[in-house]
Design a binder for this molecule. Sequence first.
Ligand code: TRP
Ligand code: ZN
Length: 882
Amino acid sequence: MSSRQAIHRLDYTPPSYLIDRVDLTFDLDDTQTKVTSRLIMRRNAGVAAGSPLVLHGEELRLESIKLDGAPLPKDAYQVDENTLTIADMPEDGILEIDTLIDPASNTSLMGLYQSNGNFFTQCEAEGFRKITYYLDRPDVMAKFTTTIIADKAKYPVLLSNGNRVGAGTLDKNRHWVKWVDPFKKPAYLFALVAGKLVVLSGTHNTQSGRTINIEIYVEPGNLDRCHHALAAAQKSMAWDEERFGLEYDLDTYMIVAVSDFNMGAMENKGLNIFNTKYVLAKPETATDVDFDGIDAVVAHEYFHNWTGNRVTCRDWFQLSLKEGLTVYRDQEFSSDIGSRAVQRISNVRALRTSQFAEDAGPQAHPVRPDEYLEINNFYTMTIYEKGSEVVRMYETLLGREGFRLGMDLYFKRHDGQAVTCDDFRAAMADANNVDLEQFERWYSQAGTPRVSASGVYNAGAQTYTLTLKQSCAPTPGQTQKLPFHIPVAIGLIDRRGQDLPLQLVGEPESTATTRVLQLREPEQTFTFINVPCLPVPSLLRDFSAPVVLEYDYSDDDLAFLMAHDSDAFARWEAANTLACKLIKQLYAQDAALPLAAPDNFIAAYRKLIAKPAGEALDPALIALMLQLPQENYLLEQLSDVDPTRLAFVCQSIKQQIARELRQELLAAYQQLNDGTPYHYNGEQVARRSLKNVCLDYLAELDEAMVGSLLADQYRKADNMTDRLAALKALVNRTGGDGAETQLADFAGQWIDDALVMDKWFTLQATSRRQGTLGRVQSLLNHHAFSLKNPNKVRALIAAFCLQNPQHFHAADGYAYAFAAEQIIALDAINPQIAARLASCFNRWSKIEPKRRELMKQELERIRDHEGLSSDTFEIVSKALAG
Ligand code: TRP
Ligand code: ZN
């Protein structure tokens, strides 16, 4: 177990030794795998002679150690829980180290472990040290060869990074395979897979005329679910060549699916390892959202080959260098293969619900953090999603071509290196000859900036003056913030809903109808001239910066923007703001008063759904605009929150919309539910999303007709998207039996399908109905559930604790106690997953005092638990300090 000692970014020192080559041999065994390592090492030039060699190693049994062929005497090295130190290491030498490890009892899923009888590794961030003694840091890059020896019948497939260069048989029914990776890499990109797997293969022809083999390895029986992932890999390769001029650099690209995995997937060189959730899909088992997720994750891992692997991170404080950039790239890929507007809105929604909460809470940290106890806790929304927004702002400021120039220079300068976020920023600045000094604050300052806007129209002068002010609240360890460099994209809309041409004072002519204003000062004004009438400003178009934008819109302005803004994001945002405003008003009013949305609100929604066919928006956009804001998002905008009342207000509005728009919703549903056989394509996905949003509203109506409509869709659906949407609506329906019949039917059909059963668990964990906590508790004993499998924990426990605020925050506090028990139990099995779950207590100070006290007690109980991991300790201690 790692110690509770903070690591600081500014303490970085270069490694005292470098490793040029590593030759590994694995003799695989359930409980006694022998790892033989041969390291060709030399002292790092410029590092003081005499500094010792300190190798990392955890939970290893050291069998032997030799230097340049001779056994190392016992007094020449020192071993403790985390290191092996050689005080008098020569300038260069060959170290040979044999260790034994026990994969069968490895439940952390870091290092070498087993899943369904097969072997897998996960080395990012610091898992390689659980395999052998090594300089397990990303700035030590070496060329690896890997020989795997294993029982031939049990482990017919033996995989590692790079190219397969040899294979043979041995005695006792064993065989071996040897792999050579021609690219040097840090240890976190090492991977090994051994087991009974089948493969789906395909190819991709590159622009330079090479043929790449793509291989997807899965457990037998799953081959019919790999085609979408294969197509995603092919599309990703073509896209990266087209958009960034980046080709794959090995002859074979392998993806392996594993059911026990801590995260989504891992970009190991040439051998990506994926959570089955992001590989296996066919229409009967996977939803449209699942198919989108596979495209995004396959693209993400594939894109890491350049942004992460060829150019990697100097240290883990630079994690966003690869993750923020790669998320930006996968979001762009998804925008190009699907609907850019839908992609943007979905990404912003996730960012604002989860990352803004992180930035406002006790775990807030900069995109490039300054310290950590446990690096695993820093695979966060801030590093990934805010990091991606930071990369997107370069594109917004420099233009797409300018951004590409910056990327080209970044690869030209740093291919084969381990670098920093500053190096990336320097490439962007130098390639475009611009000053990006102030932009650095996006990396160093935590917290979400607020930009408040106000406008003054001067009818006589025909000018419109926009004033923008920025501020940023204190975050842990950072009380004062300096102004950020913020791109604010804006438009001005006239009374008829037309965009006005924009011309700033001093400009000879107008250039566009959307302009990116650069806000660098605490307060700045921008004056537009030749503005013929009082405009409605459209602010932060396309969400041009990860900020909270405040402008005092009237309800009429918002309804106007909802109907007219040419920017799809801003149009959706207007709907979202209107709904947030209403819900907050109703939440705050006297609890005895009736809850009712005013007519103009209902009218704006009616207009959305009842557009004449000719003017209709993309159905997917209408679906997004119709959806009410998430309770977790609203909670962030309130204080001393009573989550029970908030849930009640949200449900009341939803019911009112359903009642008042019954006819329109039903008409839209019937028109969209046209019996077309399922196909996963943009048009159908959009239509299904609107259809199922309509269904979700209709389910609020206590009518027998609706009951049979839901039951019909459940029964007749030829795909999981529609079936699950119907089942979810049934499960949440007030009255009725909570869909007991259909839930039993569903489990009966899919009991042997782990990914489908995850959906079944989640539906029940996120249910609105009474008794949900009791249900979740009894499902812990369901034979398809296991605390050792992260997907199951996420599907049932995390879904309840993080996505069901109404029941998680039940006034009796039983759910808090439940969460604490589960976190403590999980901590002994898998600290990474336990720590993530513990984040359900992060926002305790937002909640009203009685519940707040109960949450605090549970946090203290977890913190004081004996033997708690440093992972969970870091999260709960920060939560308590915040
Ligand atoms: N680098 C992976 C990605 O984002 C993340 C990852 C996968 C990971 N598995 C992990 C991080 C385990 C920490 C621990 O693509
Ligand atoms: Zn990644």
